[in-house]
Design a protein around this ligand. Structure first.
Ligand SMILES: Nc1ncnc2c1ncn2[C@@H]1O[C@H](COP(=O)(O)OP(=O)(O)OP(=O)(O)O)[C@@H](O)[C@H]1O
Ligand SMILES: [Mg+2]
Length: 243
């Protein structure tokens, strides 16, 4: 069993709903989660990563329920890059990975093997000895992807990886995620920019106000709305005209 299955998921902060009856199947490959601020993207990703308990409904990751009883197993299946990823400024790139890996229970031998491997994957080998405070925004984001890959999980969840990056770094980051997905992983990333998804994803879901508005391919969404770009199709959708 691969990928992620979400059935009738609802989440609340206090009494306020953040996700309302969301059902979605994410297959292996690169999958985009599109939605404006407050749509519920982070809430959905944190729930799938078993960082937030399901209030109603079910989530399964590679067939394993993302509930309290299976949280450790689900976390072993998932690499997660939080939207607000930060690292200690005075540690080097290599030290940061060793530190985060140790915190998550990896042995010294596993780290000696995995740290160089993930540095190669995200193209930061040359920066391994650089301090975090000297990294560019794009390099820091790639370090975030590297820490999510340390335990070589089959599923990668990346929350707004392209936010604030310049065009060259955006393209590089999208290429990195596409390469990881091409290697057989299920990679879900969120964004509020449709162009990020159109460039690399076949499958996408649109969330708005905690509701799932659309799940399918970018090509189908454009066909349904008669729009030329995913950006136009997305705007038509969230503004209600195309539903
Ligand atoms: N810790 C929290 N406490 C209370 N309300 C929250 C909390 N986190 C999110 N919310 C609310 O839940 C809703 C969904 O938020 P969420 O962060 O999941 O959206 P998002 O799509 O990730 O937004 P953004 O694009 O701004 O990151 C919003 O209305 C938000 O204000
Ligand atoms: Mg968010």
């Amino acid at each position: 069993m691969q990928g992620i299955e979400i059935e009738h998921l609802s989440q609340y902060y206090g009494r306020r709903p953040a996700l309302r009856d969301v059902s979605l199947t994410v297959p292996p490959g690169l999958y985009g989660l599109l939605g404006r601020n407050g749509a519920g993207k982070t809430t959905l990703m944190r729930t799938v990563a078993a960082l937030l308990p399901c209030r109603a409904g079910r989530v399964r990751v590679c067939g394993v329920p993302a509930d309290d009883a299976h949280a450790a197993r689900v976390r072993a299946l998932i690499g997660y890059l939080p939207q607000d990823f930060a690292a200690y400024p005075s540690l080097t790139v290599r030290e940061t990975l060793a530190y985060l890996g140790t915190l998550s229970g990896m042995s010294g031998a596993a780290l000696a093997r995995r740290v160089p491997a993930v540095l190669r994957q995200v193209n930061l080998t040359e920066q391994a000895g650089k301090r975090v405070k000297a990294l560019s925004g794009g390099m820091l984001r790639r370090l975030g992807v590297a820490q999510a890959l340390l335990h070589d999980p089959p599923v990668l969840i990346v929350d707004e990886p392209t936010a604030g990056l310049d065009p060259e770094e955006r393209v590089r980051l999208r290429g990195l995620l596409a390469a990881l997905a091409g290697g057989g992983k299920t990679v879900v990333f969120s964004t509020h920019i449709a162009g990020d998804i159109e460039a690399v994803c076949r499958g996408l879901a649109i969330l708005d106000g905690g509701r799932l508005l659309y799940a399918g391919t970018a090509a189908d969404l454009k066909r349904r709305t008669g729009a030329r770009t995913l950006e136009q199709a997305y705007l038509a959708f969230v503004q209600g005209g195309a539903r």
